[in-house]
Write a protein that binds this ligand. Sequence first.
Ligand code: 5RP
Length: 240
Amino acid sequence: MRNNKVSANPKKVAGERAAELVDDGMIVGLGTGSTAYYAIQKLGGRVREGLLIRGIPTSEQSRIQAEREGIPLIDFAETIRIDLTIDGADEIDPAFNLIKGGGGALFREKLVATASHREIIVADESKLKDRLGGFPLPVEVVPFGWQYVRLNLEALGCRARLRVSENGAFVTDNGNHILDCAFGAIDDPADLERRIGAICGVVESGLFVGLAHQVVIGKADGTLEERSRPQCGVDVRRKT
Ligand code: 5RP
């Protein structure tokens, strides 16, 4: 018997749908990762068809892709207004709190998210969790004295590992390191974000609390689920 089920790439489905939500004249935050990749690719296509936008990339990787796609960029220093940002996530809880930073771009992603009028998270279903913490929390730290910073992070109840690449310690776009902190289930993301942020030497954590307004979930059967955080406007739960 032939199996007629068509299998879609859920990340592509989500990324491309979010790119359709961008309008002429917008300043758009361009996220990082394999799902945001499809949003940037689709936006590139729309720009070539006449869409007028300017992008602010959240990483060098996204900047290179956006330039290749011909998306005009604007320096963050030139604006205080970002209309809409499309970015991925490593985990999403029911309150739209996130763990981000699997790709190491969490600091720029968070700065751009805090400046964004609307933050749209694109992901596949595997990123939806009842509670955050299965994915070790990335924390960006300054290289000077990172071992001491690690001790202070571990005092909060995690096992922290220095992220490495083939050339040794992973270095972020900002010249820092990443400590991946295995906390296990995180009961109070806002409290943990505050406590991590209070440690000297921490640049930023990958906990995004209250920053996401909308999530677009792509599924393997090619359908989508879009949800808006209720307090951010109408709850537009929609299935297509
Ligand atoms: C990069 C990120 C990414 O958005 C996150 O890791 C999700 O990536 P992907 O879409 O490849 O699963 O936070 O720092």
